[in-house]
Design a protein around this ligand. Sequence first.
Ligand SMILES: Cc1cc2nc3c(=O)[nH]c(=O)nc-3n(C[C@H](O)[C@H](O)[C@H](O)COP(=O)(O)OP(=O)(O)OC[C@H]3O[C@@H](n4cnc5c(N)ncnc54)[C@H](O)[C@@H]3O)c2cc1C
Length: 335
Amino acid sequence: MDVRPPEALDTAAMVAAAMLSPLAELAVSDAVVFALGQRSMTLWPQWIDELSAANTAADAQPVYYRQQGSLVVAHSPDQSSLEHFTRLLHHKLPVAYQHQVHSLDGAEVATLEPALAGRFNQGLYLQGEGQLANDQWMAALAQEIRRLGCVWLTEVDVHTLEPHRLQGERAAGQGGREELSVAVDRVVDARGVGSKTLLPALRGVRGEVLRVECIGMELQRPVRLMHPRYQLYVVPRPNHLFVVGATELESEDVGPVTVRSMLELGSALYSLHPAFGEARLISLSSALRPALDNDQPTCKLNDGIWHINGLYRHGYLCAPALVETLTRNLLESST
Ligand SMILES: Cc1cc2nc3c(=O)[nH]c(=O)nc-3n(C[C@H](O)[C@H](O)[C@H](O)COP(=O)(O)OP(=O)(O)OC[C@H]3O[C@@H](n4cnc5c(N)ncnc54)[C@H](O)[C@@H]3O)c2cc1C
């Protein structure tokens, strides 16, 4: 297998829009994901603060993180999609969280997102949702790994896992391959779809996104556009960048983004605001979301090896809560 360098833009972790949307995602998930998401929403600000406090290197970059809610809108002909989404959310959302869902009229949409003034007569504001810049997050984690003096073997294809040993291979000079065998205290397998041999129920669900730059366009929060055929989201990032996603295809095709997907995402983006017609395409990327049959994440010990997997559409949403569970288990089993 071709293992990608950490900064490559074709792993789910790098392609993801990295929205933290426990409410909106409840429409397509369940109480397990919701509970993990809610716990993670309290952990994310702590993680971001701890990481920036630890990382005092002169070249340390802050991680863009926002928790200013998200907005859901639909064009007039698609109002029934927004109404269905609203009813579904109220039906699935525990009573204690219902107050975080606010129905908006056109003027309230415009107050939240002035760039969308006059474009939508109704909307839904989901209080407490957030997003982060995952490229910055990954870069900050890499910096922290180095600061802590950890040995990080990148670009190694790990093919064999034992409770206290990892084996893999990596590229060596002149097109050759070099075998590696590393003794370790514990093994935690988080290879996403790459763990299929140990988790046969795992499947990859293809997702594609566009990244665009649109000078002059300002959005404060992720905006989801409801549509009977597909849902689009536009997630703002620093420097007038926007992540536009995402397709969801039951396919393990890892090829580049198709013309059809690019047209669907691009035309929905243009329909959100015509100013996006002048946006510059920065990248088109695709990756596989690792999913299990119940579409729930798992954190379990199998034959002496810990697995964190099945994060599907919710890797960023659920990661802190899963890591907390894993850490607790590791500490308990070492005492
Ligand atoms: C288009 C898209 C949009 C998304 N949007 C969101 C979102 O808004 N919010 C959210 O919470 N989640 C989102 N997700 C989901 C999220 O990205 C995934 O749930 C998460 O990245 C899964 O993490 P993972 O570490 O299990 O797998 P991955 O992110 O796939 O990472 C697995 C890593 O293991 C490496 N690897 C694989 N095989 C091997 C091997 N044999 N040896 C060594 N290394 C190996 C890979 O190179 C990769 O670096 C999105 C995903 C996609 C594709």
